[in-house]
Design a protein around this ligand. Structure first.
Ligand SMILES: [Zn+2]
Length: 77
């Protein structure tokens, strides 16, 4: 998440609330993903941090914050 500050009044911004419980408090979390050396551009294994936000109340991650969209097709199995 970028922490740029924009010249916009807080009242003009849209509040983001948790999809599950409606809470507006979030905290940063980090997902870790590993790039295997087979697909890595430099042939080395890499750990990649993916930053996101979770609800501070129920730990739910809103869809728009989820860096790893769930594959719907996995339900077909
Ligand atoms: Zn929540």
């Amino acid at each position: 998440m970028n922490e740029q500050s924009f010249n916009v009044a807080p009242g003009d911004m849209t509040a983001i609330a948790c999809e599950e419980c409606g809470n507006e408090g979030f905290r940063p979390i980090v997902f870790l993903r590993k790039i295997s050396r087979f697909i890595s551009p430099d042939g080395q294994e890499h750990i990649v941090p993916l930053e996101s936000m979770e609800c501070a109340k129920c730990n739910h991650i809103n869809k728009e914050f989820n860096p790893i969209p769930k594959k719907e097709k996995e339900n077909d199995k």
